[in-house]
Design a protein around this ligand. Structure first.
Ligand SMILES: [Zn+2]
Length: 679
């Protein structure tokens, strides 16, 4: 259920970009002098009325101007030629740039989608040349080109950049056009050399391929007595497939299977997993005693060692190399939070810690233990018993879904019906799916939006030979939520520069809201009068779980910045220590068990750096948005909220639900659920 990562990463790069030149190359371009000369000449020409814009614009352009771009005189001449004082002319400039950015972003995105198709789509075996094209970032020279041809400087000169603080303060009074202008001011805030962008894209793609091919053959796992517990052909991707298999055994008295899955996870986390059993069924494996068997006889093996952490380290190094070219956000944590999400890391951490340390955690943990009739196990962070779908067997759901969607085409053809069921107008129920293509995916699934109106979004999920199973369907409905957001926020928006949502958390919110309705969309109804309370506890528990995982992710990145010369082996120890520390701080007491590393299993940590926070922020937003949707017309409200576009998160929420992002409504709902539920 990862949302499209490469796009996330690339969009950060595309909206950032510009740079401060290294000291040795600024020798013959005297910035202060150039700024003074340019501002003086512009004041003389246009007067005081545009003084603020002149000051800001000239300073911004000069900051990223280098000797290679020209002398002081060249800079002054450029400013005189390109500065636009008159309002209507500025708007025409803005409209032309908007149109051209849609052409550039849209087509580069489409090329990326098409080149990565063999890597993302199930089908032929991957060959090295597929991987090479998959790792190629075709737009990596775009920003460099836009500086070289001075388009970036023309934009910098005319559209001021506003910090998150300024947007928070001034934004409520801005018109839509002023917001779009501010987004244009966000286009160039750093100047990163193309080879660094290319390198990062390549590391990310390779880490993604490592994760996508990380499957465990469950039918080849042995318990202490040499028995297998899982179907022979069951192949699960780490961690999504492993976690979901574990979840599927609640209510079935199969704690032995769950424990075995957790043993596998611990071997992955501490890297003692034999290389021979990763993505291979040539051997049997006893994960508890870590023995590998061939034809019933124990054979020697090689541990994976630190491959997992080497990929994380490579991601860190690729990001760190770009730090010095980002004057506004000189480390990746800031770029990911302040810039990427427009919420500071400190604010997000506080939101998470507030919820994780709430009394409700212990109360719900005790309630789960009571329902299970046993003390909690660490993997009960994925307790699934509040979900109404647990009342249907997997076999029943698989058969039902396979019958309904025997192929990916059948699912694609069914999209308009899903929207109609959700109350969308006939026009939108036709229009939105006309902008979506469904593919059977090689990995776990994702949604990749279009960046121009003439292109289509991609929905990827796993589809077996005999049709889409329930897991594939559940993910597909989630991804469809993303695609609906992507389509509305591209097509139903007044300014291209305002397309999208404030951050990925907002697209995740709609994805989860769709996913939550997956059974309803199959025509299954949970008649349980406690459904609402159970849903609230379910959302709370999964929010708590993923906040814990995300706190690990954030602390790992803080550790990396504090230890930039770490080896993969040191990083592994640090990740395990941090995971245990977060466990002991927020989970141990409620679970009655200490020192567990389970929070370190998420694959996102390896191939989607600092992405994880999007999920719990999404859950909190999801809770508030869901409430708004359930009290009003679902489809109308989805359209109203998601056509608001990329305004900063807190203002988006005020428009959507009338208040800022807060976990208080969720905690209040937990209190009410616990009061009303007896078992
Ligand atoms: Zn998602």
């Amino acid at each position: 259920m990862k949302k499209l990562t490469l796009l996330f990463a690339l969009s950060i790069l595309i909206v950032s970009c510009a740079k401060k030149q290294k000291d040795d190359s600024t020798i013959s371009f005297n910035k202060e002098q150039a700024v003074e000369m340019a501002t003086d000449s512009l004041f003389e020409k246009y007067g005081e009325s545009v003084k603020e814009r002149i000051d800001k614009g000239v300073f911004q352009a000069a900051t990223l101007w280098t000797e290679a771009d020209g002398s002081e005189d060249d800079f002054v001449a450029f400013c005189q030629a390109q500065f636009i004082a008159e309002k209507d002319a500025l708007k025409i400039f803005f409209e032309k740039v908007s149109r051209n950015f849609e052409i550039l972003n849209g087509n580069f995105n489409k090329i990326n989608v098409d080149l990565k198709l063999p890597v993302h789509k199930a089908g032929d075996e991957l060959t090295p040349i597929d991987q090479m094209f998959g790792a190629y970032s075709v737009s990596s020279h775009l920003i460099e080109d836009l500086f070289n041809n001075k388009i970036a400087f023309a934009i910098l000169l005319n559209f001021p950049f506003y910090t998150l603080e300024e947007k928070t303060k001034l934004g409520p009074e801005w018109t839509r056009l002023e917001w779009a202008y501010a987004r244009m001011g966000d286009l160039f805030t750093s100047r990163i050399p193309a080879e660094l962008i290319q390198n990062f894209a390549q590391v990310l793609a390779q880490a993604d391929a490592y994760i996508s091919e990380y499957n465990i053959y469950m039918g080849y796992l042995l318990d202490a007595k040499g028995n297998t517990l899982f179907p022979e052909n069951m192949k699960l991707i780490s961690h999504w497939g492993l976690r979901d298999e574990l979840k599927s055994h609640y209510g079935k008295d199969a704690v032995d299977k769950q424990q075995m899955v957790y043993e596998v996870m611990k071997r992955i986390i501490n890297q003692s997993i034999p290389q021979e059993v990763i993505n291979s069924n040539k051997y049997h494996w006893d994960p508890v005693d870590n023995k590998v068997l061939k034809d019933g006889k124990e054979v020697p093996f090689k541990k994976e060692d630190n491959v997992r952490y080497q990929w994380l380290l490579d991601n860190f190094l690729a990001q760190k190399a770009m730090d010095e070219y980002n004057p506004s956000y000189p480390n990746y944590i800031q770029r990911s939070f302040d810039e990427g999400r427009e919420m500071s890391q400190q604010d997000v951490e506080k939101l998470f810690i507030d919820l994780c340390s709430a009394d409700q955690v212990k109360q719900v943990a005790a309630f789960i233990s009571k329902r299970l009739g046993r003390p909690l196990e660490p993997f009960d962070i994925w307790y699934d018993g509040f979900k109404s779908r647990s009342s249907f067997t997997n076999e029943y759901l698989d058969d039902l879904v396979k019958g309904k969607y025997p192929s990916k085409d059948a699912f694609e053809e069914g999209l308009p019906v899903i929207l109609t069921q959700l109350g969308f107008s006939p026009e939108l129920s036709e229009f939105i799916p006309s902008k979506i293509i469904v593919d059977a995916s090689r990995g776990a699934g994702h949604a990749w939006g279009a960046e121009m109106k003439s292109d289509k979004a991609r929905l990827r999920t796993r589809v077996g030979e005999d049709g889409m199973d329930y897991k594939g369907y559940n993910i597909a409905v989630h991804e469809f939520g993303h695609n609906v957001e992507q389509t509305i926020s591209l097509h139903e928006i007044d300014y291209y520069l305002l397309r999208g949502v404030p951050s990925t958390a907002f697209t995740e919110a709609l994805a989860f809201i769709f996913q939550k309705r997956d059974l309803e969309l199959l025509g299954l109804k949970d008649d349980n009068p406690d459904k609402m309370y159970l849903d609230d506890l379910d959302l709370f528990w999964s929010t708590f779980e993923i906040m814990g995982v995300s706190l690990v992710d954030m602390n790992v990145w803080k550790w990396l910045y504090a230890h930039p010369d770490a080896t993969a082996a040191e990083l592994k120890e640090a990740v395990i220590d941090i995971a245990i520390e977060v466990w002991n701080s927020y989970f141990a007491e409620a679970f009655g068990i200490k020192d567990q590393p389970i929070l370190a299993i998420y694959s996102h940590m390896i191939d989607y750096p600092l992405y994880l926070a999007a999920y719990p922020i999404g859950h909190v937003i999801d809770f508030q948005v869901e409430k708004q949707l359930s009290e009003n017309n679902f489809a109308d409200e989805v359209l109203r909220m998601y056509s608001y576009g990329r305004i900063i998160p807190q203002l988006w929420m005020k428009n959507a639900v009338g208040r800022e992002i807060s976990s208080v409504p969720m905690l209040e709902a937990v209190n009410e659920a616990l009061l009303n539920l007896t078992n």
